[in-house]
Design a binder for this molecule. Structure first.
Ligand code: TRP
Length: 445
């Protein structure tokens, strides 16, 4: 790969990877998962998964991409050839590329909703803004046409950026967006703590109550950790290919994980105080949670509609900087075969993603009663990707780097201090794979 395909400066990689990690998973999904899964028990298991599984898996993914400097699938192929490994390791990459486009199909539906909220200003003088807000969300989700419009718009923008290419399209935009997003989410959480019920929020989020833990909560927390960090499908591996040679992987991963977790918790603190102080809002509202609660918080705020617009613009951009990383691995792989140009590949993939997304849209309305294993179409895709495909991807990456590749290779590439390296190596070899496997078995039986 030529050197003009490597990002300049350490910050661009960090911002791009954090841009991939920080997205709807933090601001939309984390709060509703916490709300529907009993609060603090979920939060604590989530944090443990981030450290014990997320850290070693993310380091390994970046290592593969940075070493081989190709799309995830071809990076794996290169490693297979150089280290004379079994050819089937390639399927790890294929599984990931597929997971990416499946996730994108429903990610885009929610990102589209966030888009639509940019243009929604609540009328003045409402008697019950919370009721108005829930009704508005219910109306939006009942309308396939509306949802299709926003879903289409989101896919088109994502495709244009990925079509332009990761180095040009992504590198520059994240430099401006990410700092702004961090600042704003902190501002909103402070505001929300003042107007809402902070005390209940803190004990809901952080006061451990392990009596409520079920296998379902554990697997959901692990799935959420994978989803939120963008690991298990090669997104971060794809970005690793553009990482400057001198940049240290370990330190970088610590920063990305910190930022991701920080934004998720801040989103929780922005949303729950409002929910707890409004009887008509439900903590277990599910995917509609932020759409129903945030507008209510903004409603009481001076210049609220302006803040609301800024906030939904930020969420939409955060969603975009994530969605591009879902499409990138598949696109980069086909591009390397040189049979099609980037734009044609992106168009073909997007059409597939768009059609699959219709199924998720209909899950809100005309197909809401159609269930597979007790889940609607959207729920099924979500469960299958986050709780099955991503953990399998993460498990295989940990086995590949921890057990199949020589220890010296790792040592040389990571350049960690000796004791740090040993801790890392132990968690990669033993803790991460066994926890993924145990959680898996635990949730199945
Ligand atoms: N992490 C993103 C979010 O929190 C979503 C995402 C982007 C993702 N790329 C990914 C999830 C790759 C899994 C795998 O919104």
């Amino acid at each position: 790969m030529s050197s003009n395909k490597i990002w300049t400066g350490n910050m661009t990689f960090i911002l791009a990877a954090a841009g991939s990690a920080v997205g709807l998973g933090n601001i939309w999904k984390f709060p509703y998962m916490v709300g529907s899964n009993g609060g603090s028990a979920f939060v604590i298991i989530y944090l443990i998964c981030i450290l014990a599984i997320g850290f070693p898996v993310m380091v390994s993914e970046i290592l593969i991409g940075k070493y081989a400097r190709k799309s995830p699938i071809n990076s794996l192929v290169r490693i297979i050839q150089e280290f004379k490994l079994n050819l089937s390791w390639k399927f790890l990459g294929v599984l990931g590329a597929l997971a990416g486009v499946i996730i994108l199909s429903y990610y885009s539906v929610f990102a589209g909703m966030a888009f639509s909220y940019i243009f929604k200003v609540f009328p003045q003088g409402l008697e019950n803004p919370s009721q108005y807000s829930s009704d508005y969300f219910n109306d939006l989700s009942a309308s396939p046409i509306n949802l299709i419009f926003w879903h289409t718009l989101f896919i088109v923008i994502t495709s244009i950026i990925v079509g332009i290419g990761v180095v040009k399209g992504i590198g520059r935009s994240v430099n401006i967006l990410m700092p702004f997003l961090f600042f704003f989410i902190i501002l909103i959480s402070i505001y929300s703590s003042f107007i809402g019920d902070l005390e209940t929020t803190i004990s809901f989020l952080f006061k451990p109550d392990f009596s409520v833990i079920t296998p379902q909560i554990v697997i959901s927390a692990m799935g959420q950790a994978f989803f939120s960090l963008s690991i298990g499908m090669g997104a971060i591996m794809a970005y690793g290919a553009y990482m400057p040679e001198k940049q240290m992987i370990g330190k970088t991963v610590v920063t990305i994980i910190f930022l991701d977790t920080f934004v998720a918790l801040a989103a929780g603190i922005a949303i729950f105080p409002v929910v707890f102080s409004n009887p008509s809002l439900e903590i277990t509202a599910g995917p509609g949670l932020i759409f129903e609660t945030l507008p209510v918080a903004f409603y009481t705020l001076p210049y609220g509609s302006l803040f609301s617009i800024i906030f939904f613009v930020l969420i939409s951009i955060a969603a975009l900087s994530s969605s591009i990383s879902l499409l990138e691995p598949f696109t980069a792989w086909i591009e390397e075969s040189k049979k099609l140009n980037r734009f044609s590949i992106v168009i073909i993939l997007s059409i597939f993603v768009w059609i699959l997304g219709l199924g998720s849209i209909f899950s809100f309305n005309i197909w809401s009663e159609v269930k597979f294993f007790g889940l609607n179409f959207l729920g099924l895709l979500d469960y299958f990707t986050n709780n099955i495909m991503l953990p399998i991807g993460g498990f295989l990456v940990a086995i590949l780097i921890g057990w199949v590749m020589p220890k010296n290779f790792l040592k040389e590439k990571l350049k960690l201090r000796k004791c740090l390296f040993e801790v890392f190596y132990f968690s990669l070899r033993y803790i991460a794979p066994s926890s993924i496997a145990l959680i898996f078995l635990y949730s199945v039986f």
